[in-house]
Write a protein that binds this ligand. Structure first.
Ligand code: C2E
Ligand code: MG
Ligand code: MG
Ligand code: MG
Length: 270
């Protein structure tokens, strides 16, 4: 009967949801183990000065090395962020990134991605400061990348954290700019240094006039406010040419370099 099949359908979905929940719990347990076993590592993707085409800095990107495989953050970052495990991982990341800065033959700034949750934790600023001191690194060599979502709530507190980081010379980059549904007014109110133009705009700008206009607008706004721009996900010469023409400062993407493991990255800078 119709009723019977409806019930079957509900059972079907209940089972699906249960399977998903079980999967998440299993993943969370594995991630907990991974933190203990220090299975997380950072890759480094350089970004390049558009004018000189030289390396100007690099972004650190989280990787999970598990059973000999390199697992990208998309497969686990949500579970980390929804379970507070992200904070433990981020402590390791901060230490690892600053250790890497200290190891480089050439001084270039390294960016760290900080999740909105961690960013608003009281001890994040002192932890970063202590780690910089431990390795004797100037704040100017560290950039913190945060997404616009951070600006949606508690702006005053966010501003305080940003100003404290800024006081150490640390730079602040807005990641995935233009995708966050937040108001643009934060640009005039918050201490920001860098805007990272989201990959989706870069990808579409070659075929879509509207995306092209948006990228141009972002670069113009950044210039008006004395902010630097980094274009993310630049894969083709055509994209690069357009960005150079528009006055974008830096480009990051497969056209110049993929994210590299630490050793390869260190060699690249020699
Ligand atoms: P994101 O911060 O916007 O990082 C840029 C992503 O674009 C990276 O993906 C990078 O590998 C990828 N990418 C760079 N150039 C190209 C390109 O030319 N083509 C394509 N197709 N992709 C390119 P990844 O490493 O998988 O990281 C994804 C996201 O995970 C990051 O986006 C960031 O939101 C998050 N994430 C990565 N590392 C960390 C971390 O240490 N902490 C936190 N909280 N989040 C992280
Ligand atoms: Mg980033
Ligand atoms: Mg991004
Ligand atoms: Mg992103």
């Amino acid at each position: 009967s119709a009723k019977r099949s409806g019930e079957n359908e509900i059972d079907f979905f209940r089972e699906k949801i249960q399977q998903k929940a079980v999967k998440i719990v299993k993943l969370r347990n594995k991630l907990q183990e991974a933190i203990k076993n220090k299975e997380f590592t950072l890759f480094y993707q350089p970004y390049y000065d558009v004018k000189t085409q030289q390396i100007a800095g690099a972004e650190s990107l989280l990787r999970w090395i598990h059973d000999g495989k390199v697992i990208p953050p998309l497969e686990f970052i949500d579970v980390l962020e929804n379970s507070n495990l992200i904070m433990d991982v981020e402590e390791q990341i901060i230490q690892e990134a600053i250790k890497t800065i200290a190891s480089l033959k050439r001084e270039i700034p390294i960016s760290i991605n900080i999740s909105p949750k961690s960013f608003k934790r009281d001890y994040i600023v002192p932890f970063i400061k202590e780690t910089l001191n431990e390795y004797n690194i100037r704040g100017e060599l560290l950039t913190i990348e945060i997404v616009e979502r951070v600006f949606l709530e508690n702006t005053e507190y966010t501003k305080t954290i940003m100003e404290r980081l800024r006081n150490f010379g640390i730079k602040i980059a807005v990641d995935d700019f233009g995708t966050g549904y937040s108001s643009l007014t934060y640009i005039k109110e918050l201490p920001i240094d860098i805007i990272k133009i989201d990959m989706s705009f870069i990808r579409n700008m070659v075929s879509s006039e509207k995306d092209l206009k948006l990228v141009k607008l972002i670069i113009d706004i950044a210039r008006q406010f004395d902010l630097k721009t980094i274009a993310e996900g630049v894969e083709t010469q055509e994209q690069f040419n357009i960005l150079r023409e528009m006055g974008c400062n830096y480009i990051q993407g497969y056209l110049f370099s993929k994210p590299l493991n630490k050793e390869t990255f260190q060699k690249l800078l020699k």
